[in-house]
Design a protein around this ligand. Structure first.
Ligand SMILES: C[S@@+](CC[C@H](N)C(=O)[O-])C[C@H]1O[C@@H](n2cnc3c(N)ncnc32)[C@H](O)[C@@H]1O
Ligand SMILES: [Zn+2]
Length: 287
């Protein structure tokens, strides 16, 4: 069986697309080192990923959160979202970037449906990327910042951006001229039961959609709305997987987990857009 490092190298051979995060020059892979013409060098980890961050980034997106996300994904609750994303992808989409890929489930599902394609996933969280390397697909798993994507301009036919801040100017730069963005963002009822368990109001829709409309040409949107039954164990995972609960202590999360809802609402907008080449917005949105 190929090692994780072999799988990273296989992905690199199909898509040698890194640009040096320090100077922007293209990078070459030699042995386990990615090096640019100016001599900046980054090691590929034996676990099959590269870390381009020059300083440590602290985040509540940790190992426990991503492990819980993975269990929720494997339950099938989010498969209609992958189906919608896939329906919006064009034929012949070859190189795919998941910007803010978390533990890699979405990218792996999309690549499983497009075995001819190659993928890269980037996330600020090292914990996320280490878990992503367990996914069966070959991909360029990358710890890095989506606001300064370490990829050569024009590389990708599609950028996926799922429940993650967007940097539209960077997405436009790394997309090919005919490339498209698939953006997934919450609707008002998204994870309603989790919010109710904390006395939080429903999700405030509008800001992300407004920023998206101002930054991109929206071609088609699919609304995924479903109430999924949850077991007690799945409810506990839903409590741990959501950033809305990351201000709580472990005991507070356990308390919410002890009172499971019967179902959980998935209410997500899945949108296919084109980014105008001249797009230069430096803003990032929040989801
Ligand atoms: C709610 S999670 C979604 C992750 C994944 N798309 C999913 O649905 O499971 C948001 C993700 O965005 C990542 N993120 C936030 N800011 C980022 C940035 N500037 N660059 C890269 N990733 C970022 C976080 O580390 C986290 O994994
Ligand atoms: Zn360099």
């Amino acid at each position: 069986m190929p090692s994780k490092l072999d799988r990273f190298c296989a992905a690199w051979q199909r898509m040698p697309a890194y640009a040096c995060p320090v100077c922007g020059q293209t990078m070459k892979l030699s042995g386990m080192s990615l090096t640019c013409g100016k001599g900046h060098s980054f090691n590929v980890n034996k676990k099959g990923c590269v870390n381009f961050l020059t300083r440590k980034s602290e985040s509540f997106y940790n190992e426990e959160l991503f492990a819980a996300r993975r269990r929720v994904f494997l339950s099938g609750c989010y498969l209609p979202v992958v189906q919608a994303m896939d329906d919006l992808l064009s034929e012949g989409t070859r190189c795919i970037l998941d910007a803010g890929c978390g533990e890699g489930w979405y990218l792996n599902e999309i690549l499983a449906r497009h075995p001819e394609s190659c993928g890269a996933g980037i996330d600020l969280s090292k914990d996320a990327i280490l878990q992503a390397t367990d996914q069966p697909c070959d991909a360029l798993w990358t710890v890095g910042d989506l606001r300064r994507l370490p990829f050569v301009s024009g590389t990708f036919d599609a950028v996926l951006n799922v429940l993650t801040p967007a940097a539209y100017h960077e997405f436009a730069r790394v997309l090919s001229p005919s490339g498209l963005l698939i953006k997934v963002y919450p609707g008002r009822e998204y994870l309603r039961q989790l919010r109710e368990a904390r006395g939080l109001p429903l999700y405030e829709e509008g800001e992300v959609a407004a920023h998206l409309s101002a930054s991109a040409v929206i071609e088609r949107t699919i609304h995924v709305a479903a109430c999924q039954p949850v077991t007690e164990a799945l409810w506990a995972d839903a409590v741990s997987m959501s950033p809305i609960n990351q201000d709580l202590t472990a005991q507070e999360k356990e308390e919410i987990a002890r009172h499971p809802a019967k179902e959980i609402t998935i209410d997500l907008w899945v949108t296919r857009c084109r980014l105008p080449e001249q797009q230069r917005s430096e803003q990032i949105d929040q989801t």
